[in-house]
Design a protein around this ligand. Structure first.
Ligand SMILES: Nc1nc2c(ncn2[C@@H]2O[C@H](COP(=O)(O)OP(=O)(O)OP(=O)(O)O)[C@@H](O)[C@H]2O)c(=O)[nH]1
Ligand SMILES: [Zn+2]
Length: 330
């Protein structure tokens, strides 16, 4: 069982890179590899032959994310040093006051899974929207477990309305049931995800693992075996891991979480993600209007007449207060 799973990972890798890329052209001792799992301090990387290495970095070279292309220097027994991190196409990351943590790099998209039970967090949705906007990675929302809402059109309508409002209708949103309608779910997602590298985000219990197992059967079992084989997987649920499926399907699973920080953003970045508020805010009487109690505030007027979304306004004010708080600490 362990052997066949590892073999599957090797086979899956063949389509992506060809063997002649195995050796690093600049230095023959180095190998090119793709980071496929992050355990925080150490990582797993896959070379062009599909071999999995346990890799370590020193200093800045410790800051790698799943999806990073790296050069590694083997140090024996399937272990290697990270020598170089190639320039990233994009990077989605979270950051708290003290540390920043990378979700994943070189992505084609992010998939956020929501559901009614456990209840989805609009705050997490807002943070994910902002992080994706900043990283310039397209976001798709999957609202899972619609079977629970069968016969409750009112709640479903309210959810649709809220998601549309918060995303300004700009984020493709699909309503699915992974367990009750697996075939429809698969038919919907295959074309969207084929030949793409997708980071899957979601609170715990939304159905992330169920979805990954539907699209890549045995993905999670295979992961555990690889982790165990390399003795790396003591905490299999807390690491970030890339899974390889058919037709170039790459899914990155990250631990479920309730929220994440965005301390790496500047105020301009934040305004960029809330361009509706920024544009309206440009019409306020005072250039430095905080849109709270000032007279002739275009944002407040927009909220009152319904052209701006109160939910987005609240998210913006919350994130802004957080940034100001973080800045005042440095
Ligand atoms: N009713 C219903 N339940 C679902 C659906 N999809 C998943 N579930 C259930 O929701 C529960 C949580 O699913 P998981 O796939 O383990 O959730 P997860 O997001 O991976 O959660 P973590 O592993 O904690 O991050 C399981 O009991 C699933 O069977 C669905 O479409 N409808
Ligand atoms: Zn204002």
């Amino acid at each position: 069982m362990a052997d066949s799973s590892l073999h599957k990972v090797r086979l899956a890798s063949k389509g992506k890179q060809t063997a002649q890329h195995a050796k690093n052209v600049g230095s023959p001792d180095l190998l090119n590899a793709l980071v496929v799992a992050s355990y925080g301090r150490h990582f797993l990387a896959r070379d062009a032959e599909g071999e999995i290495w346990q890799v370590y970095g020193k200093g800045k070279r410790r800051d790698v994310a799943v999806g990073d292309e790296i050069s590694i220097l083997p140090s024996g027994d399937k272990q290697a040093w990270i020598e170089e991190i190639q320039t990233r196409r994009n990077l989605v990351y979270r950051s708290d006051a003290l540390k920043s943590k990378m979700f994943a790099a070189n992505l084609d998209g992010v998939l956020l899974i929501l559901a009614i039970s456990p209840p989805y967090s609009t705050e997490l949705l807002g943070r994910t929207l902002t992080a994706c906007k900043h990283a310039d990675v397209p976001l798709t929302i999957l609202f899972n477990k619609v079977d629970i809402l069968e016969g409750d059109q009112e709640t479903l309508d309210a959810v649709e309305q809220e998601l549309f409002e918060i995303t300004l209708g700009e984020v493709p949103t699909h309503y699915i049931s992974v367990t009750e309608h697996p075939q429809e779910t698969e038919a919907l997602l295959r074309p969207l995800l084929t030949d793409k590298r997708t980071l899957i985000l979601g609170q715990s219990g939304m159905g992330k693992s169920t979805l990954i197992n539907l699209l890549i059967p045995d993905a999670l079992a295979a992961t555990n075996e690889i982790s165990m084989a390399l003795n790396a997987g003591k905490h299999t649920t807390t690491h970030t891991q890339m899974h390889f499926g058919d037709a170039g399907l790459e899914l990155i699973d990250s631990p479920g979480f309730q929220a994440f920080g965005l301390h790496h953003l500047t105020e301009a970045d934040l305004l960029n993600a809330f361009s509706d508020l920024r544009d309206e805010g440009n019409k306020c009487r005072f250039a430095n209007c905080q849109h709270k109690r000032e007279p002739d505030c275009a944002v407040k007027n927009g909220l009152e007449d319904g052209t701006l979304s109160p939910a987005r306004y609240e998210l913006y004010q919350m994130l802004k207060a957080e940034l100001e708080e973080a800045q005042s600490q440095y």
